[in-house]
Write a protein that binds this ligand. Structure first.
Ligand SMILES: [Zn+2]
Length: 307
């Protein structure tokens, strides 16, 4: 759909913020890194950058996401993309159906198992998916069926539990229909966002200073997933949203794509850059904040690790 999530605005804000921050770094020692992060919506590019150590020795990481409301701390869910394949035995569906083993039957059974399991899943656990293929001809027992699913949860530990539960469902479906199964993990695990309390407070101050209405300081509803979560596990991070639309308008919609290309949206690039630069300036002005950032300042990281 093109820029239906406003990532071009994120890039603009970050680059402009770094240029702004460079202006005060002539008098104060420090380094600003602008980290280009591709493939957020496919394999979790930031997860790879974290693994490669790009965020080592960094005091704070910030990015602003355009949205239809301004929220400072919006939590996100973990995520793993999974491809499931069932392989059975094809046979003529009328002449010799008893010689077949239906891969599609196993896949339908898996989807049904996911739906029924939903009633006993913890809040925030999500499994959603689509059937990618389920046979070639109606008069043939399908020997191949494939699905793609997303597993999400509020915490890394509950994510692992949900994943194990899902694997039971896949094995169960394969067993019930005497077919083989394959599970492929696509891309990286997206970690749930664990934002920095100190950075969130500093950013909120800047919004107030610039007269920008805060819709929510903290929210854990209507959550998606983002690889910024992986960054937040290794460096104090914030990922606030900035309203660029006039009213409610969900991301990844045609309407949001249009709104993220307006003059108003491009003006928000400057606003976002000013907010990021002035938040960074506060840290540079007050070295005490650095130890604050390093100590127990992350919103739910402790919970994330314990549960
Ligand atoms: Zn996005």
């Amino acid at each position: 759909m093109g820029h239906a999530c406003g990532h071009h605005l994120i890039a603009g804000m970050s680059v402009l913020a770094a240029i702004g921050a460079a202006s005060f770094l002539t008098s104060i020692p420090g380094t600003i890194h602008v980290v280009g992060c591709p493939a957020e919506e496919t394999i979790g590019g930031k997860a790879l950058l974290v693994k490669k150590g790009i965020f080592k020795n960094i005091d704070a990481a910030m990015m602003i996401h355009p949205a239809d409301r301004t929220e400072i701390v919006k939590l996100s869910l973990s995520m793993q993309r999974i491809r499931v394949t069932f392989r059975g035995v094809s046979s003529h569906a009328s002449a010799t159906p008893w010689k077949g083993r239906s891969a599609l039957a196993a896949l339908l059974s898996l989807m049904r198992a996911v739906d029924i399991n939903r009633t006993t899943m913890p809040d925030g656990d999500r499994i959603d998916g689509i059937i990618k293929s389920g046979g070639e001809a109606a008069n043939v027992i399908p020997d191949l069926a494939e699905a793609e699913l997303f597993i999400r949860s509020r915490r890394i530990e509950s994510h692992s539990r949900l994943l194990r539960r899902f694997i039971h469902m896949v094995k169960g479906a394969a067993k019930a229909f005497r077919v083989e199964y394959g599970i492929e993990y696509v891309g990286n695990v997206y970690y749930p966002l664990s934002p920095s309390r100190t950075l969130a407070g500093l950013f909120a101050d800047q919004l107030r200073k610039h007269g920008i209405k805060i819709d929510n300081f903290f929210t854990d509803s209507e959550m998606g997933s983002s690889d910024i979560g992986n960054v937040s596990f290794v460096v104090p991070t914030i990922h606030p949203t900035l309203a660029i639309t006039d009213g409610p308008c969900p991301a990844h919609s045609k309407a949001f794509q249009e709104q993220s290309g307006t003059v108003g949206a491009y003006r928000s690039v400057k606003t976002g850059a000013v907010l990021l630069t002035s938040t960074a300036a506060e840290i540079y002005k007050n070295s005490g904040l650095l130890s604050d950032l390093k100590s127990n300042t992350i919103f739910n990281i402790v919970d994330n690790r314990r549960r």
